[in-house]
Design a protein around this ligand. Structure first.
Ligand SMILES: [Zn+2]
Length: 86
């Protein structure tokens, strides 16, 4: 059985996790890691938001407001991090 302690391992399996292609135990491990590891959680949320946005864009005209706010928050945080590493 997999033990997703390594971030690389988690990130590599995010797509499978999104698509529910993992076993229950594997999915639980990833969920556990995401709760404890902020970089991985951020990555997961960006993936999640992008997928949702793509799906919504195909079905509807606009992305819902809460999604836009979430994406904007993610991006502004990225900008802040980039600027502070001057
Ligand atoms: Zn991680």
């Amino acid at each position: 059985m997999h033990d997703f302690e390594d971030c690389t391992d988690v990130l590599r399996n995010l797509y499978a996790f999104h698509d529910n292609e993992l076993t229950q135990a594997e999915a639980d491990d990833i969920r556990e890691h995401l709760m404890a590891c902020e970089p991985c959680l951020d990555h997961y949320q960006v993936e999640d938001a992008l997928r949702l946005l793509i799906r919504r864009c195909c079905a509807e005209e606009k992305a819902p407001d809460d999604l836009r706010v979430r994406m904007r928050a993610t991006y502004s945080r990225t900008v802040i991090i980039t600027e502070s590493t001057d």
